[in-house]
Design a protein around this ligand. Structure first.
Ligand SMILES: Cc1cc2nc3c(=O)[nH]c(=O)nc-3n(C[C@H](O)[C@H](O)[C@H](O)COP(=O)(O)OP(=O)(O)OC[C@H]3O[C@@H](n4cnc5c(N)ncnc54)[C@H](O)[C@@H]3O)c2cc1C
Length: 396
């Protein structure tokens, strides 16, 4: 099979790129190891993705946002960060005149479903599902992908969107820096007695971190970060015991809590590819930058990266140029590294600071939080970043 662009991985990043390339005239093939019915109805995986305003704008343009049900979109009125039992709280809220929330929580499986529907309905990209990419040849005039059923795909560009543990990245010989935080994040939905006021909280308690992400007035995603051994113990509890454990760890702030979903553990490992491109290969999504979830940037960056690559491929296609050409890929790599590296390193620094139990770290946390709480321009800058809509996107 021959195509212009072969995308490996139809997760949120791979599907976003396919959607961004609609109407470009480029032939697109998506290779995904999951079966197509699973892509059409992805199961709940516990992740509630905090989307910023840029991502909302992009998803609207791609036609995915309009496919979300009202119950799948949870506006965030305010975000609060607390350190231990310190009275000081860092509060992030939109300016009153904005009349808009800070962002929105949307379940990861709903993002996957709506992007799949968008791409499938346009009928321009071809899905090869239930097949795994297992081999790669990156040549001068063409790249080749080998699938586990023995078939081959020739493409002018291969895009790896195959998770932060990307096999394609390894096959291409691209090294990646990994940072294992030695912690596991368990995510699950809970119902709680008192209303949450649509305020997302992140609380750094002693020995663990607990975040509450409001999904309804009395429903939240409880995000618990603990040691791997503790995560194993918590996963073995029955539902009632787990609800009681979350209530206790949240110190009853929202009253009694009851588990209303399955629990999903995620070991926390951040990964940064040393290069985002190679000859006729580009990395996107977590395969390029796999973020710690604490600053909620993984998919937001994955989506803007997919958009950035698609823009350059469209431009090459409009000139009749090679979409896998070195200049096109280099321009994408420079832009995406510039956008993601500061966020990647800042997130790692925050995640380390907030999972360190030693006294100096507690004091450093207190100082950072105090600065953020006391200095209004710092708070305004964070809020402005979350709510920014690049002029080029807003106008287009
Ligand atoms: C608990 C948690 C909370 C998060 N919260 C947020 C948040 O609030 N905001 C935010 O922006 N981000 C958040 N993220 C990050 C976000 O979920 C990821 O950045 C995003 O899902 C990455 O998408 P992806 O498509 O790159 O990779 P994935 O979602 O990992 O998808 C990769 C796809 O590739 C397929 N695949 C893999 N290997 C092969 C192969 N060899 N052949 C064929 N197919 C293959 C897989 O089956 C899969 O479908 C969170 C992550 C976690 C774990």
């Amino acid at each position: 099979m021959q195509t212009d662009v072969a995308i490996v991985g139809a997760g949120p990043a791979g599907l976003s790129l396919a959607a961004c390339l609609a109407g470009s005239g480029l032939g697109v093939v998506l290779v995904e190891r999951l079966a197509e019915p699973v892509l059409a109805r992805p199961p709940f995986d516990g992740r509630e993705i905090a989307l910023n305003h840029t991502s909302q704008t992009l998803l609207k343009r791609l036609g995915a946002w309009g496919r979300l049900g009202a119950e799948e979109i949870a506006p965030i009125r305010e975000a609060r960060v607390l350190n231990g039992h310190m009275p000081l709280t860092l509060r992030l809220s939109p300016p009153e005149r904005a009349g808009e929330p800070l962002g929105w929580f949307v379940p990861n499986h709903a993002i996957r479903r709506t992007l799949y529907e968008t791409v499938a309905e346009r009928g321009e990209a071809r899905f090869l599902c239930g097949r795994k990419a297992v081999g790669l040849e990156l040549g001068g005039g063409e790249a080749r992908l080998l699938l586990d059923d023995g078939s081959r795909i020739g493409a002018r560009l291969i895009v790896a969107a195959d998770t932060r543990f990307s096999a394609l990245r390894e096959l291409a010989g691209i090294a990646a820096d990994r940072l294992d935080f030695g912690k596991t994040m368990i995510v699950a939905r809970v119902e709680h007695e008192r209303p949450n006021g649509r305020v997302a909280t992140e609380w750094y308690a002693h020995g663990y971190t607990i975040a509450m992400l409001p999904l309804g007035d009395h429903v939240a995603s409880a995000v618990l970060t603990v040691s791997p051994a503790e995560a194993e113990r918590l996963m073995a509890l029955c539902d009632e015991e787990y609800g009681a454990e979350v209530t206790r760890r949240y110190e009853g702030r929202l009253g009694r809590m009851r588990l209303v979903s399955t629990r999903h553990p995620y070991p926390l490992v951040a990964v940064l590819a040393r290069r985002f491109v190679a000859r006729r290969l580009a990395l996107i999504g977590d395969a390029a930058v796999g973020m710690h979830p604490t600053t909620a940037h993984g998919y937001n960056l994955g989506l803007s990266g997919a958009w950035a690559l698609a823009e350059r491929l469209r431009e090459a296609a409009s000139r009749g140029a090679d979409p896998g050409g070195a200049g096109t890929l280099f321009a994408y790599a420079v832009a995406h590294r510039r956008a993601s590296l500061p966020m990647y390193y800042a997130t790692n620094a925050i995640a380390r600071l907030y999972t360190d139990e030693r006294a100096p770290a507690f004091l450093a946390r207190a100082a950072v939080l105090a600065a953020g709480a006391a200095i209004a321009p710092v708070r305004r800058a964070i809020v402005a970043h979350l709510m920014a809509r690049p002029a080029a996107l807003a106008a287009a």
